[in-house]
Design a protein around this ligand. Sequence first.
Ligand code: GTP
Length: 626
Amino acid sequence: FGLSKIRNFSIIAHIDHGKSTLSDALLVRLGNITAAQRRDQAQQLDTLKVERERGITVKAQTASMLYQGEYLLNLIDTPGHVDFSYEVVRSLSSCQGALLLVDATQGVQAQTLTTFRAAQEAGIKVLPVVTKIDLPNAQVEDTIFSMAATFDLDPEHVLATSAKTGQGIDAVLETIVKHVPPPPSEWDAAAPLRARVLDSWYDPLRGVVCLVQCVDGVLAEGDRISTCHLMSGAAAAGAGQGGGDTTFSVQEVGLLTPAPVRTRSLWSGQVGYMIGGIKSVRQVLLGDTVIRAGTRKGASDEAPPPPLPLFAPCRPNLFASCFPLDGDDFATLLTAVERLALNDASLQVHRENSTMLGHGLRVGFLGLLHMEVFKQRLDDEFNMAVLVTAPNVPYIFRDRDTGAEVEIENLADWPEEKRRGVTQVLEPMVEATVITPEDCLGSMLTLLQDKRGTELDTKFIDGERVLLVYKLPWQEVVTDLHDKAKSISSGYASLTYRPIDPEPADLVLCEMAINTEVVGALSFVSHRSSVMRLGRDLAARLKKVIPRQQFEVVIQARLGAKPFARERIPPYRKDVLIKSGKTVGGGDPSRKRKLLDKQKEGKRRAKTVGKVQLPQSAFWALLSKD
Ligand code: GTP
């Protein structure tokens, strides 16, 4: 395939607007999968167990398709939830076009706006599509007009499809070939090899598998390769390359359809997989440039080609600690998390030691859903049961005298009250975009004000809906703003956000103590005005979720070592074989075994802090909804 016959495109949309279903419809139409396969396995491109269970896309996936025997179309399916927006940005930077999908029954939503903006920032061609037009409540005309008005488009250019009936799918394919530009003409099959690592994952049988986009040259089986990347910082100075000390021999390359099809070589413009005997997850990083080995250090007179530009770095919005539930499983946890991090460029991991919880990891996430998915993937894919503490946002401490700033990822580093005179605390802020039906505008405004929001913009986007742009503390958004906005609007409002500069705020640390010992992992930071309410609330919630122990448990919320809320859990002799004074199970040994096993499983799912068994729900009590 010459470059002029290649099209790289993505599908972007608000969550649940039908990206994965449309991708599947394209795959069926071009014969990559059969209609029966499609029925058997809902959503071919959602391969992770967590994706199928939750019906969401977490990882961007790729499929190459042959169109009319002459075009190679590379589709990158992207996640819709804002927590996975880093995957979207990364996907867009390797494409020249994107289908912007809008559900005809839902209209333009908050994430439609942000993904459109991301595509514009990436400078790629946007093709607007209305989908689900087969549904009886589809409002096709209205949706087309509001898309045209919101994105300043010609309504004639909006395509209408149904991924269920196949209507309009051919027009989508024709438009992609006609309007998505081919890869840049500077890409050169005759130049020295440069391929970019777009993604990688761990296959138990084959080791590390990389998804690569070949920019220049040809990547062929048998080639000896190494990787390099621009070092951040050095990149600005135009110098410095990192990585690349190890060389690999390429064992297999091919296209993903999405099933792997071995092709033995990948040419400039193609996107495919590469297996190269890479053993350690640290040897290849996302965004690395693959080059031919020997060209980098210039042993010969040939100068190495410069590495391809880096992806923008990803900054975590949330930090939580993660501990193995079986005390000495730390090494297993470390390996599992490293493998997950290989497949998830937005995770950031450091080691941590807690006096109460033992060896663990401090992990940076993009949001709460990202954190929950991380926990579930460890369980599903690595059989690793972990405890994840309540997350906190990263605060910034500014020295009032020198102006020096440090980012605090862990509340254990919170300054004592007496140091407050010299340290100013800044909290992370976001610009949130909310689209809400007009009839619940009043309650939505109250909610945003309760969350310490400041209005930036308000306008009608169609006859019945209002677009609100608010500046809010990220901490207020992360806990429950999304759920509250949904419940106020019976599910009709949508919300998204992007980080903006942090701002000073009057924040305090509320410590939670159990039997007089402060448990750092339960403590939290809040605005001074709401700390008493939240502390009392948390103590009451903990009382509900901590099981009775064989001794009394006293929960306290404290401010500067002074308790202001107290709850008590009375002792209980937890002998599972005795109920209301009678021995259960009678003489039946299998029933007795079952009860004891159940008790053991309960213990396996809890963590002992001091002497008290705390279940996962205790650590997430601060987040739990009313
Ligand atoms: P995320 O990746 O989680 O953001 O979701 P998505 O955008 O990939 O949406 P998905 O393809 O999972 O579709 C969401 C729901 O809409 C599913 O129940 C689909 O069956 C349904 N759906 C998608 N496209 C159509 C369509 O054209 N017609 C009808 N009737 N239903 C559709």
